[in-house]
Design a protein around this ligand. Sequence first.
Ligand code: PLP
Length: 341
Amino acid sequence: MFFASDNTGPALPEVMQAINEANQGYVLGYGNDDLTREVTQSIRDIFQAPDALVYLVSTGTSANALALSCLAQPYQTVFCAPMAHIQEDECGAPEFYSGAKLSLVGSDDKIAANELDAEIQKCLERGFQGVKPGALSISQVTEFGQVYTLDEIGTLTEVAKAHNLPVHLDGARFANAMVALGCTPAEMSWKAGIDAVSFGGTKNGCLGVEAVILFDPDKAVEFEARRKRGGHLQSKHRYLAAQMKAYLANDLWLNTAQNANENAAYLLAQLAKIGVKFDYPPEANVLFCQLPKQIHAKLQDAGASYYTYDESHETITARLVCDWSIPRPSIEQFIEICRSA
Ligand SMILES: Cc1ncc(COP(=O)(O)O)c(C=O)c1O
């Protein structure tokens, strides 16, 4: 019963097989190989963005930090939600790589357009002593499992564009959000005003690969230099490319995301039936709910794994994440324990 995160499960067999298949003979390193050329072209095709720059890295943190370092200067600030992964869970990597500060917008999981506008205005009013507006970063899926609608993304990017700010999308769970919205990659990115995407692979079944997609082709020299200087240019690059190629082939990435979302929806529906309350409308594969303490105790005794927050109330805030691989019997077992408790 592993609901701790979508990085607790195994990698997809197709991904492992692709790594094995790539493990033949000799090819040049540092991305100078056919597999890398092929997969970066596939991503351009999938995003209907023939001029986009596509780079592979091995962690989501490096994808975010490097993408943001190309969007914001050291004297600027990146606007983000208070619980954004770049703020809470990356040990300051975005600030370290970009030199820019992070400014938190509002107090909720999703950023509201009026709050963003107000925060940018406040920043501008600080005059020469304050940092300058640099970029906006949003997470899709959000940290609390919500999905911005295309309209919401469009409204936020409009506010950002009105101030000439580029927009980054942390898509560690890009596929889960896309499947939830039933839209295309282009619609959830450049068509909605996004300038840079961290396109996740690891959480949805890869061993460890993410793509950074920059829709401004003039950023090539900068990104490549920053990636190398930051120590994130993988030398045996073919193994990153092999994973991403298998992930994208035959809609595997969409099917795994669909499966994860459906499992989460099932878990939600069954827990809701026995009265468990959810903090946010869960829309993809991440659920936050209030577990009564006796249920939590039974789940712990049975070895269920999930993160908890704020244990000071009658109920415990639990984060339940369904990854692509979670077996239905595990979900049934989890539900049964909750029901009987
Ligand atoms: C929203 C979000 N962004 C980025 C990441 C990337 O993390 P990592 O550097 O662990 O691959 C995560 C992982 O938890 C995440 O949830």
